[in-house]
Design a protein around this ligand. Structure first.
Ligand code: NIG
Length: 381
């Protein structure tokens, strides 16, 4: 069935030819976009929805979340706001709660957060394992994630679990753990940071994953300068995420690579890290994505609207750049061409704002502007 959405005051397509269209319309044919252009030229359809001058854009592509978890870390957040530093060690608290949860509890928690994200305009979402850290617990996290999320990343190398010997744990990740999860995931990631995995250990994990056909991602340069960006670029990772502490060399390396710099402003704020240098990255020519990093420790939000507003208000990005980074940038970080863009053949994922332009995302921060959300041609919010 074809659905015509018309009366769009401002349509951001991210398509090079279509650009941003005023007085626009878009036609969905089932889960796919059939047509987009000026409303006056729109073809007929079975159903017509008039959004009365509101702005519309591609659904958000949240390319970095950690939503297979149980438990709560409010106390850690309170301690942080009172001055304590964020450290990778807090992950162990969530690992314990996640291991103790049933499959049904983990699935329900994941679905609740994915639905929360969808109500705020997210139509494509990546999520990771990484709170299991045994073969069996990582395998079940991957299975649960694969049933719910668009993209799944294996993050067995999130933390050396308490009591384990680091090199033996890396051996386990590179061998039995990867063998067990490889069928349920598309990506592998590693937390390359002081207190987690060093460069050599991270490289071992990533090379083992690549040998099994997985795409690569890296958590890098989050808590201080480090080798994460260098490693990601050297191994051709699709994305290096966080990037809060970048040298000029890191920025140049990203700009001359295909590795996307995925910035996580909600995490930077919640962990009191410097906001990632978005302006320097964009000026150098790097591809930038924005994502929530939704997780119970360092960034407990599913709101891409908040990330976009922060990127504009605090990180020197224009509204156009921030919206692009939260849609097309996320798609590039996930190596997807079917989302993050509105053009014939792309997935029918549309975010309609209760506002006449996308500028209101930053102009009216904190206001729930998401008015309608369409995913694969169906209205989900
Ligand atoms: O991306 N950096 C590592 N992993 C998560 C934090 C997870 C946690 O603290 O539970 C992150 O910030």
């Amino acid at each position: 069935m074809a659905v015509l959405i018309t009366g769009i005051g401002e349509l951001t397509t991210n398509d090079e030819e279509l650009g941003t269209i005023t007085d626009a319309a878009i036609v969905f044919d089932g889960p796919t976009i059939a047509w987009a252009g000026p409303a006056a030229a729109a073809p007929d359809a079975d159903e017509r929805v008039d959004v009365e001058g509101r702005a519309a854009l591609p659904g958000w592509v949240d390319s970095h979340t950690h939503l297979v978890f149980a438990g709560d870390r409010t106390a850690e957040f309170e301690a942080r706001m009172a001055g304590q530093a964020y450290s990778a060690g807090g992950i162990a608290v969530t690992v314990e709660a996640t291991r103790a949860a049933t499959d049904a509890e983990l699935t329900a928690n994941l679905r609740r957060h994915v639905a929360e994200a969808a109500r705020q305009g997210t139509t494509c979402l990546e999520t990771k394992t990484g709170y299991g850290l045994t073969v069996a617990d990582e395998a079940r996290s991957a299975r649960i994630a694969a049933a719910v999320a668009d993209e799944v990343t294996f993050l067995g190398a999130h933390l050396v679990p308490p009591g384990a010997e680091p090199e033996s744990y890396v051996d386990l990740v590179c061998g039995e753990m990867l063998d067990t999860v490889a069928g349920s995931v598309r990506w592998a990631d590693v937390f390359c940071e002081t207190g987690a995995f060093d460069e050599a250990q991270s490289e071992r994990v990533l090379r083992a994953a690549a040998r099994r056909g997985l795409g690569l991602r890296v958590h890098g340069n989050q808590l201080g300068p480090g080798p994460g960006v260098r490693l990601a670029v050297r191994l051709g990772a699709a994305s290096v995420d966080h990037c809060s502490h970048l040298s000029d060399w890191d920025i140049e390396a990203l700009a001359s690579s295909n590795t996307v710099a995925t910035l996580l402003p909600a995490c930077d704020l919640s962990t009191r890290q410097p906001l990632a240098p978005a302006r320097r990255l964009l000026d150098a020519g790097a591809t930038v994505a924005l994502a929530t990093n939704a997780n119970p420790g360092s960034s407990y939000t599913t709101s891409m609207n908040f990330c976009v507003a922060t990127a504009v208000l605090q990180m020197g990005m224009s509204v156009e750049e921030a919206v692009r980074a939260a849609t097309l940038g996320g798609a590039r970080a996930l190596r997807r061409t079917d989302v993050g863009v509105l053009r014939p053949g792309a997935r029918a994922d549309l975010h309609v704002l209760d506002a006449p332009s996308r500028t209101h995302l930053a102009y009216r921060p904190g206001v729930p502007l998401t008015w309608q959300v369409w995913r694969k041609g169906s209205r989900v919010a």
